[in-house]
Design a protein. Sequence first.
Length: 636
Amino acid sequence: MSDGASTAAYSDIYRRSLSDPEGFWREAAADIDWITPPERILDDSNPPFYRWYPGAVLNVCHNAVDRHVDAGRGDQAAIHYDSPVTGSKRTVTYAELLEQVRAVAGGLKGLGVEQGDRVVIYMPMVPEAVVAMLACARIGAVHSVVFGGFAPQELAARIDDAAPRVVLSASCGVEPSRVVPYKPFLDEAIKRSDHQPEHCVILQRDQLRAELGERDLDWDEFFSSESARAGADCVPVASTDPLYILYTSGTTGKPKGIYRDSGGYAVALRWSMKNLYDISPGETMFTASDIGWVVGHSYIVYAPLLTGATTILYEGKPIGTPDAGAFWRVIEEYGVSALFTAPTAFRAIKKEDADGALLKGYDLSGFRTLYLAGERLDPDTYEWASARLGVPVIDNWWQTETGWPIACNPKGIELLPIKPGSPTVAVCGYDVRILDPQGNEAPAGTEGAICIRLPMPPGTLPTLWQDDERYVSSYLSAFPGHYLTGDGGYLDEGGYLFVMGRTDDVLNVAGHRLSTGSIEAALAGHEAVAECAVIGVHDDLKGQVPRALVVLKSGIDAQSEGERIRAELVTRVRAEVGPVAALHQVDIVGGLPKTRSGKILRKTMREMADGANPAVPATIEDASVLEALGPVLRGS
Ligand code: COA
Ligand code: AMP
């Protein structure tokens, strides 16, 4: 998009993005350095599969690093690493980043990693993790970052699906209350997976050093190896080739490998920084998330670096490291223009410092915008943040699958009036429709399934990793010609979107997306459990938390054994899914309500637990089971 974008109104630009998508995204592509510039913009010859910039060639690492050094930004900070949990800080300039990425890329090649090979990155929020991602991009290897809060079984599922040649990891992560040993988790995951990586490179951290085995290499030795010293240059990568696979939770226990292409993603992120996030080269963006999530991939790593901006890598929490003023301290210290985090973080800050007293100690004069995403932004939190900070508070709605916002207030184009509870309007390139169960468009104000008419814009998933069939059955088959987001909501008369929540059984706990299926699989593995169901229930801090309903095998006495079993189930979910699942409530019940075809009525139970009086589905097998659960679910 040319710089003229900021003078034209959103509605004109949006309309053009839908009426002339190829012209629109051709212009946007001019902000990226191509090895072979795109001639064709969209390959729509094989619907429902669409590919952006077929035939074009680029290297995303070049665009994120080398390009800025070449343009004279070598001395500018690329990353400010700020880690209150370890008491350390480090700034990496673009020139230093280039040197480190070259070395790690060379080291990976030395380990036999070739273009198209996968590399799993299971690392905490340290600069080496960002370097590792970019090093993969440099040599055309496909990274798959796994969030550190996941347990070995989740890591194993990702290792088996991605089949990495190499795993890059660290000895430990550091949480405020404890050191999390990563290496034993990695070893356990590899033991559980069929696929065996050839090498694991382990970054040894002072807080806990790991014992290395035969397959393992010490990061420092790897970093100073001959291949690393030789370094590696950027290779040409087809625009349609994968940059990364990022696994996300579906309804079942098997995670979905989101395929992220290279060219479309680079163009979309660069466009979003200018037109949505209003960040220019040289400015600083602070995204308080984790590189294990899509928000981290896009707005800690790729978008700021593709823009030549400075990014903050914050290894800490919004509260307790050391207090609820931590974000304000970071904003002042690094001259942050925009903060991006999840509403949960603000609910936590508000709980600790309701009057915002800690804000007074910091100079936030350079701070322009707060962006919140990852879960619904409740109007209370919006009002609080808006009043305390005195800057626009911008809700944006998207998902791992899309990689960048579907709905947002396009501040870089024009700041539209904010309606609390709405992430504002559809972003350019996204033709958002609300569909009723028959696939007809719902009138304004009427809730339905939020869908996006195909093709979706660049950057969004073209398919699932090695699973076209699941891509179609999960997202495209419900309403032919449309992508099903899995969220329900409505558009108002003014075209503002209101997102009401998932229509499937995906959970959202503190902005972390989790699968009911994985938690249920962990519970079902306990010897006393005959049947179970997990539902997401409202939580004032985390938005939603899981709640388990468990039927014991016959002959087990819930009265005498219940307490032990409940405690074991909580521990089991922590060990099998991870601490982020935050399962604390397990109810032992006599039976689970089902439809006549055997489907558990999770949605009905969830609504009852949240205090509603849902209609009993006509397909219920035995209404008395649901009735009996009423007092348990409502806590009466
Ligand atoms: N590695 C290992 N363990 C991790 C982890 C990681 N990367 N991240 C979280 N965990 C653990 C935590 O230590 C905690 O363990 P505990 O049960 O032993 O205390 C558990 O997982 C739950 O963590 P979290 O969701 O962070 O909750 P919390 O109660 O520790 O903190 C908040 C509450 C509000 C401070 C926290 O949820 C937060 O910062 N939320 C912001 C949300 C966010 O950034 N979402 C990302 C999407 S944009
Ligand atoms: P993830 O793939 O982890 O980013 O999770 C995506 C899901 O989080 C969406 O499908 C929504 O259910 C929820 N979500 C993300 N952002 C928002 C938002 N701004 N408002 C409401 N829900 C959101």
